[in-house]
Design a protein around this ligand. Structure first.
Ligand SMILES: O=C(O)CCC(=O)C(=O)O
Ligand SMILES: [Fe+2]
Length: 296
C-alpha cells in the first residue's frame, strides 16, 4: 500500500494501477471552457458555426492564456498530487493549464471510423522534448483535459490501457534511453485493453506517463477540444525507496508491470532535453494569431 490519498479512493488508485488511467468528472468551469474555445476560433479565424471554414482537420495551438491547475481544478490538482506521491514531489506547485488546445476538427473524416482495437496508426508515448528513461522526471503524468463535450466516435483520444508494462519493459531493457519518436508505438501490438476518451467539458483524465495513446478519426462534424499538459517531477522516479509505502501509484504501476518489488535503476547515458519542431511551429502560430486578434 502507499500513503493515503487526499482526493482519490483506494478503488481509483487500484483502477489506475490496473488500467493506467482514472477519469475525474466535472473538475472545472464549463464557462471557462466555452470562453477559451470561442477565443480559439477567433485566433484561427474560423467560424464556430460553419465547419466549411475549418481549414485544417487538426490543430495543436500554442497557449495564449494559462492558469495554475490548483485554481482551475482544485480536486484534479489533489488527485494529480496523489498519483505522484504528494505535492512536494512535483517540479512546480504552480503547474498551470492553458488554452494550447489540440483540436480535432475532422481528422480522418474521409476514412472509415475504426475502433481502437483495430486502428493501427498514430500510437505513441507522450514527451517529445526529452530522452526517455525508465525513471524520467520530465513527464511524471499524462493528462487529458476535456474542453468540449465528446461523444463516442467523435475524435476522443484512444488509449491502450494495458500498455504500461510493455513500455516499462522496453525502457528497462534500454537504460541508455530512447528518443521519443518511433521508439514506442509498435508496442501497441501487445495490447488488448483499449478505451476511447469520451466525456464533457470539465472532465479530466489522469494517465500513467507510459500509456500509449492515439488520435482518432472524427467524422462527427463537431470540433473536439483537449489539452495534454505533462506534470513534471522534481526528481526522477525512485523504484528503490527505503519504505515501500513511499512509492507513488505511478511508481507502483511500473514495478507491478516489471513484476518487481523494488528496483535499483540507473540510466547509463545522460539525460537530454530536445527541442521539438512543434515548438518552433507553435511560436510562429502564436505570433500570427496575436496579429490577427489585434486587427480585430
Ligand atoms: O488528439 C488526440 O486525441 C491525441 C493527441 C495526442 O496524443 C498528442 O498530440 O500527443
Ligand atoms: Fe499524445
Amino acid at each position: 500500500m502507499s500513503k493515503s490519498c487526499k482526493a482519490l479512493t483506494e478503488s481509483d488508485v487500484d483502477h489506475f494501477i490496473r488500467r493506467g488511467h482514472v477519469v475525474l468528472r466535472d473538475c472545472f468551469s464549463r464557462e471557462l471552457a466555452a470562453d477559451w474555445r470561442a477565443l480559439a476560433f477567433s485566433r484561427l479565424g474560423y467560424d464556430p458555426d460553419d465547419a466549411a471554414t475549418w481549414e485544417e482537420p487538426r490543430v495543436h495551438l500554442p497557449s495564449m492564456n494559462r492558469i495554475p491547475v490548483r485554481e482551475i481544478a482544485p480536486g484534479a490538482w489533489e488527485a494529480i498530487c496523489d498519483l505522484l506521491g504528494g505535492e512536494d514531489r512535483l517540479a512546480d506547485p504552480r503547474t498551470s493549464w492553458g488554452d494550447g488546445f489540440i483540436i480535432n476538427f475532422s481528422y480522418g473524416a474521409d476514412e472509415v471510423w475504426e475502433p481502437p482495437e483495430t486502428q493501427r496508426e498514430g500510437w505513441h508515448k507522450d514527451g517529445d522534448f526529452f530522452r526517455h528513461f525508465l525513471d524520467s522526471p520530465e513527464q511524471g503524468l499524462l493528462t487529458i483535459v476535456v474542453w468540449s463535450d465528446i461523444l463516442p466516435g467523435s475524435g476522443g483520444t484512444f488509449v491502450a490501457c494495458d500498455s504500461v508494462k510493455h513500455v516499462a519493459r522496453h525502457l528497462y531493457e534500454n537504460p541508455q534511453g530512447l528518443l521519443p519518436s518511433g521508439s514506442f508505438g509498435h508496442l501497441v501490438s501487445n495490447c488488448r485493453d483499449f478505451a476511447e476518451i469520451t466525456g464533457n467539458a470539465g472532465d479530466v483524465v489522469l494517465l500513467h506517463p507510459f500509456i500509449l495513446h492515439s488520435a482518432s478519426r472524427n467524422p462527427s462534424g463537431r470540433a473536439r477540444f483537449i489539452t495534454n499538459p505533462p506534470v513534471a517531477l522534481r526528481e526522477p522516479m525512485d523504484f528503490n525507496r527505503d519504505d515501500t509505502e513511499d512509492f507513488s501509484p505511478v511508481e507502483r504501476a511500473v514495478l507491478s508491470g516489471l513484476g518487481r518489488e523494488r528496483l535499483d535503476f540507473k540510466p547509463s547515458a545522460p539525460r537530454e532535453r530536445l527541442v521539438p519542431e512543434r515548438v518552433r511551429r507553435q511560436q510562429e502560430m502564436l505570433a500570427a494569431q496575436k496579429k490577427r486578434l489585434a486587427m480585430g
